[in-house]
Design a protein around this ligand. Structure first.
Ligand SMILES: C[S@@+](CC[C@H](N)C(=O)[O-])C[C@H]1O[C@@H](n2cnc3c(N)ncnc32)[C@H](O)[C@@H]1O
Length: 219
């Protein structure tokens, strides 16, 4: 894949394709999604103090985070796709907002934790740094991040014009795992733990994802 896996597509075109794709395949994705991360999500959410606020960034259909918020933990879900947010609405009373990970509709220092499961992977590579800066902006100093990224050393970007047999196009952009760590460091995060886990969508190729836990600098 080389050093620059970005396909010859501009970021706004990819964003629109991803939004339209999820609007079209929301029900399919929801049916295919398994709950493989449940123990990791429960463990992460379980360490938050009562009164903590969570941003689920790219919350999609409201699983596996918004549907299992502990008592006393508040959350907001942000997603590009109205159809995905419609599914999330059936699972949570948390506020849900249509918005973009590169320009979060969330105030500075507003949340104690950010979860971003399988969402940053759809953002054009040239905008990953902006996403992590946004996560750092909305988190209070010392706040916590749980994000999934690719396990591979090399980056990859591409699209599937019939993802999950839905007839919808979907696009992904992954930096290599070390590049992701660099971007997190540049945004002020220190990685505290990682776990590799099988894919959460049934008919994918069985690949693994890197589940990465990080803390924002306390200063
Ligand atoms: C694979 S789904 C993941 C949903 C859920 N977090 C999960 O783990 O199943 C990816 C979600 O990210 C959202 N998404 C992709 N790019 C986004 C962006 N730039 N801003 C906000 N949401 C985005 C999509 O609309 C979709 O709902």
């Amino acid at each position: 894949m080389g050093d620059d896996p970005e396909p010859a597509v501009d970021p706004d075109t990819q964003r629109t394709a991803v939004r339209d794709g999820y609007d079209g395949l929301a029900g399919t994705y929801d049916r295919e999604r398994d709950d493989a991360e449940a123990p990791l999500v429960e463990s992460f959410l379980g360490t938050l103090d009562a009164g903590a606020r969570v941003l689920d960034a790219g919350c999609g259909q409201g699983t596996p985070v918004l549907n299992r918020l502990p008592d006393g933990v508040d959350a907001v879900g942000v997603d590009l796709s109205a159809s995905m947010l419609g599914l999330a609405r059936e699972r949570t009373a948390a506020p849900l907002v249509r918005g973009d990970l590169t320009r979060l509709p969330v105030a500075t220092d507003a949340v104690d934790a950010v979860t971003a499961l399988h969402s940053v992977i759809h953002v054009p590579l040239s905008e990953h740094a902006a996403v992590y800066r946004e996560f750092a902006r909305v988190l209070r100093p010392g706040g916590r991040l749980y994000v999934t990224c690719a396990t591979g050393e090399e980056g990859w970007a591409g699209a599937n014009d019939d993802w999950l047999g839905s007839g919808e196009l979907m696009a992904w952009s992954f930096p290599g795992r070390e590049r992701t760590r660099e971007l997190l460091t540049e945004a002020g995060f220190a990685v505290t733990a990682t776990r590799r886990l099988g894919d959460g969508v049934a008919d994918d190729d069985g690949g693994e994802w890197l589940h990465l836990f990080a803390s924002l600098s306390a200063e």
